[in-house]
Design a protein around this ligand. Structure first.
Ligand code: GLA
Length: 733
């Protein structure tokens, strides 16, 4: 046995055991050929003897004992990284095409390496940790016929039950080989008695929780939109039947990537389940020249033995501690006011300053100037790509505006959409070939814009130079990086015919490279990603920006479901959430200003309205709301999140809670969506408290023990009127 921290190799048994905080992941080598198989993922084991789970002593047996049925073995063995073409007819992770047109590939173990720490993935976002915090196993496999090397990379964290995976594929042969499919992870579960959860949506209604039973066949969600998308999400969780917030087993996979993806659970013929995740094989191929390496993006796998709640808290801790970077990762964010829903394109310096002046007097700390400040942009038909300040709107220039805002004691932020180009722009007139398009085919417009070919360095350099010049021209402390359309008409003027299939992934690598440049050159900048609302709210983007705009739907009631689905995986500190005006611009609903504040408090918290024009009563509430943010944000940002009740499920009320990690306080948010008549108060059972400690309700001064609050519950009268809400703050005495 040889091992480092959580990873051990048992030589005799040919077993790798990867132990994280409270889960074990076991890989075993099988047969004389040393196929790399999956034995176990679940509750932590004290013993590595789980080879029997691979059923190697049952028919069709391993090839060394029964070579006549090698293909049948291939179709039953739980491969750690499945390959196409030699008998495994389930979903493959790897499919190649050789210069002679053959597609088969088969991988066997060659060597391994265990070490402290975790390698960065070149050009890609990934979780990270120090040598004390995590350890890594690299298993080098080979297809001897193709001379193709595949290194399977696994890391485990000391303080989390997550296992991360990726793969590096190297061509050691003398001819180019084409990757037709290179997924990142494959997981086998015994049985198929599972339910599975995915996150589904559309523009303005992102990440609604879908839950269904698993059956035989393939069940997948995916994106081919060049973005992780509004519609589906790179997340899948398998649950033991009936698993809820507190009980049942959960196996979850989340992709640290922002482009096309496939997430699939497959109920197989022997009632086993194969789950795969990676870059979608459609719109993908990659030419690998001799010596070249392709790196698959990272997949995070989380196991929970205590329901969805624990899975959620594992993801939150992992992303807060090991994915989000930069100055703001552990810091309160300035309370911003964004002018998009306040003015849309109709603004000038005076208008923005009048908003800033009023806002600063109410405790708002940053003005964000949204779309419309550049080129000739007076609506969404032109000027993307012309990142020069429109001085007709901003009289005296950008610096003057920023200086005036700074004088009010506020920071200043700005909107960009760097990946886009309007057909009506100077940039397009000068470089029509910079847009993604197929020769002789008019590219499809979307919001009257095209997508820039971010696979090209000269395009990235030119756009970045413009962005950098603007950011260097004044004291700009925040950027909202938007991306408002999907990719189609895939064609690049700079890629050879046999490399056109690389465009979608090269595009993502280009975007990541640009964002890395931005945060390196401007280390104090607060970056917020956005994509027509939340089409790129994913773990890939979180590596570059500590917060992401969650949805263009700012209605407090719609936000209950959107934020519930988003917070299933992502920490509250990453969810862009604003208080906006009513009737709400997306749904026309009128909700109390206080409820809008309570819902936004579960995110980054900010405003998106014309503060000079809202009702006086609402305006009067802002100082107490900003004080509320300052009082609770440390807890909301760092605490443990518990889902108490779901409006999406019960269609009546919503309730969530954030408990301090040391059990010293808890903040409960309760929203009664439609006021019921002639009912008693609601009982809310809290979670995550010290059962023996005494807690005081800060408002009523009533005292309860933690066990009473958790097991018996506390009663809350329903607020008067529809869409009412309450905050309950309990502090340990
Ligand atoms: C997207 C964003 C909005 C706003 C507009 C501007 O839709 O999600 O918040 O910035 O673009 O055009």
């Amino acid at each position: 046995m040889r091992g480092i921290m959580g990873i051990r190799y048992f030589e005799e048994e040919k077993v790798f055991q990867l132990d994280s905080k409270d889960a074990s992941y076991v890989i075993a080598l099988a047969d004389e050929e040393q196929f790399v198989g999956h034995a176990y993922f679940g509750r932590k084991l004290s013993d590595c003897h789980v080879r029997h789970l691979m059923r190697l002593d049952e028919g069709p047996f391993v090839p060394s004992k029964n070579n006549r049925d090698r293909a049948a073995f291939g179709d039953a063995f739980p491969f750690e990284y499945s390959t196409h073409g030699v008998g495994d007819f389930r979903e493959s992770c790897l499919k190649v095409e050789t210069s002679r047109g053959h597609e088969a590939c088969s991988l066997v173990y060659r060597s391994h390496r265990i070490y402290d720490g975790k390698p960065a993935l070149e050009g890609l976002p990934a979780t990270f940790g120090t040598e004390k915090e995590c350890s890594t196993l690299e298993i080098t496999c080979e297809d001897p016929v193709l001379q193709l090397e595949v290194v399977l990379v696994y890391s485990v964290f000391e303080d989390n039950s997550a296992v991360t995976r990726s793969a590096r594929i190297r061509n050691r042969g003398s001819e180019a080989v084409y990757l037709k499919k290179a997924l990142s992870a494959c997981l086998h579960l015994d049985g198929l008695d599972y339910e599975y959860i995915t996150l589904h949506g559309s523009w303005a209604r992102e990440r609604r929780i879908d839950r269904r039973p698993l059956t035989h066949g393939k069940h997948s969600v995916s994106s081919l939109r060049g973005e992780s998308s509004h519609q589906d999400h790179p997340f899948i969780a398998l649950l033991t039947p009936g698993a809820n917030q507190d009980s049942g087993e959960v196996y979850a996979m989340n992709f640290v990537y922002s482009g096309n993806f496939l997430a699939q659970a497959e109920g197989c013929q022997f009632d086993t389940t194969r789950v795969v995740m990676g870059i979608h094989p459609e719109n993908f191929s990659w030419k690998l020249e001799p010596g070249e390496v392709f790196t698959c993006p990272e997949v995070v796998m989380v196991y929970s033995d205590a329901g969805l709640g624990k899975m959620t808290r594992r993801f939150h801790d992992l992303y807060r501690g090991h994915l989000i970077r930069g100055e703001y990762r552990n810091k309160k964010r300035p309370i911003l006011i964004n002018n998009w829903e306040a003015t849309y394109f109709d603004f000038n310096t005076d208008k923005l300053l009048s908003i800033a002046k009023e806002a600063s007097s109410l405790g708002i700390e940053m003005l964000v100037m949204d779309d419309g400040w550049f080129g000739q942009r007076s609506d969404d038909n032109s000027s993307l790509g012309d990142w020069q300040v429109n001085e007709d709107k901003l009289a005296g220039g950008l610096k003057r505006l920023v200086d005036e805002v700074n004088k009010l004691g506020m920071k200043f932020g700005i909107w960009f959409e760097p990946e886009m180009i309007s057909p009506d722009s100077d940039l397009y007139r000068a470089h029509p070939d910079w847009a993604i398009q197929i020769p002789d085919r008019t590219p499809s417009r979307c919001r009257n814009q095209y997508v820039l070919d971010m696979s090209r360095r000269e395009v990235r350099d030119a756009v970045y130079a413009m962005v950098k010049a603007v950011l260097s021209s004044a004291n700009i402390e925040y950027v909202k990086w938007d991306m408002n359309r999907p990719l189609c008409d895939l064609g690049s003027f700079c890629l050879d015919a046999d490399r056109q299939g690389e465009l979608s992934h090269r595009y993502m690598l280009g975007v990541y490279e640009l964002q890395e440049r931005l945060i390196t050159d401007f280390p104090h900048l607060l970056l917020e990603n956005c994509s027509g609302g939340g089409a790129r709210f994913d773990a890939g983007m979180l590596y570059y920006s500590p917060q992401i705009w969650c949805s263009d739907d700012t209605d407090a009631i719609e936000r209950l479901s959107i934020q519930e689905g988003t917070s299933l995986v992502y920490p509250l500190c990453s969810m862009g959430a604003h208080i906006s005006d009513c009737p709400n611009h997306a749904v026309g609903r009128i909700t109390p200003f206080a409820t809008r504040g309570h819902v936004a408090l579960a995110g980054t918290f900010g405003y998106e309205l014309d503060v000079t024009r809202i009702p006086q009563a609402d305006r009067d509430m802002i100082p107490s709301q900003t004080a509320m943010y300052h009082k609770y944000n440390d807890l909301v940002r760092t605490g443990d999140y518990y889902r108490i009740a779901s409006y999406s499920e019960n269609r009546q009320f919503d309730c969530w809670e954030v408990a301090a990690k040391d059990g010293s306080e808890v903040l409960v948010t309760y929203v009664e969506v439609l006021r019921r008549v002639n009912f008693k108060s609601r009982t809310l059972r809290l979670r995550g408290l010290d059962p023996e400690a005494v807690y005081e309700n800060e408002e009523t001064k009533e005292r309860y023990t933690g066990d009473v609050l958790m097991y018996a519950g506390v009663q809350v009268p329903e607020p008067w009127g529809d869409f009412g809400s309450r905050l309950l703050h309990f502090v340990r005495v």
